[in-house]
Design a protein around this ligand. Sequence first.
Ligand code: ATP
Ligand code: MG
Length: 272
Amino acid sequence: MAKIFVVANQKGGVGKTTTTVNLAAALARHGRRALLVDLDPQGNATMGSGIDKRTLQRSVYQVLIGMSDVVEATQWSEGGRYAVLPANRELAGAEVELVDFEERETRLKDALAQVDAQYDFVLIDCPPSLSLLTLNGFCAAHGVIIPMQCEYFALEGLSDLVNTIKKVHANFNTALQIIGLLRVMYDPRVTLAQQVSAQLEQHFGDKVFRTIIPRNVRLAEAPSYGLPGLVFDPYSKGARAYLDFGAELIDRVRSLDEAQRTARHAAEAREQ
Ligand code: ATP
Ligand code: MG
């Protein structure tokens, strides 16, 4: 069964797409079968995976409105070694068109059921909003990964995001949990970055991933070559950090699964 994670933060430009693309490449490097779902009409994750968003025959848009299944619309990222369900600006129309559909929040979840056995991980890149598209991501996922820049306004939007996740958990998807907060674009020379980073650890404890992604220009250059940074310059600091993050996530998933199993056994034992 695939673990489905959504990479979300309604703030723009905080490193969602960079994280999704490089995490997919990292998981592939660690021998896992990964599918990246681009749920943003900007199509940055699509382009950053080396797939031209301007020439798509099918995309996640057709999947959401029921005109294609996931297998038909999926392409392969040669550089990244992972599968991609791509997007382009057509997807912006889905926001409006889906309003007339029944169960419009779970369109993506239902579609992904088809490929559940085919992948170890599905990673969903969200647009910078708490829109119906992001809601489809939340309803489809087991967990949320929140990339954050350690700056003054970073914490401001976090409570809105956490409240939205709580509402989705209560109303649509009881499996949904926050897997962790990932510090990205980190510059250790900036005192404020150190302070915010320490605050995050204080507030969120082990919900903060140990791995920190540094600010690294190679990660920013890679998309223009249609490659994840991890492939573009594997020895760069940024690439190594995302490779470590992939390993940390695999570990975290394993311990979450074990904790769930233990809880289930305890509940069964109580019933007997
Ligand atoms: P949007 O909200 O528009 O979807 P996003 O949250 O997906 O944005 P990205 O596109 O991943 O954010 O990153 C924003 C910009 O910052 C991009 O130009 C990207 O190349 C750059 N960037 C991301 N992470 C890093 C990093 N660790 N070091 C340097 N530059 C980075
Ligand atoms: Mg993005």
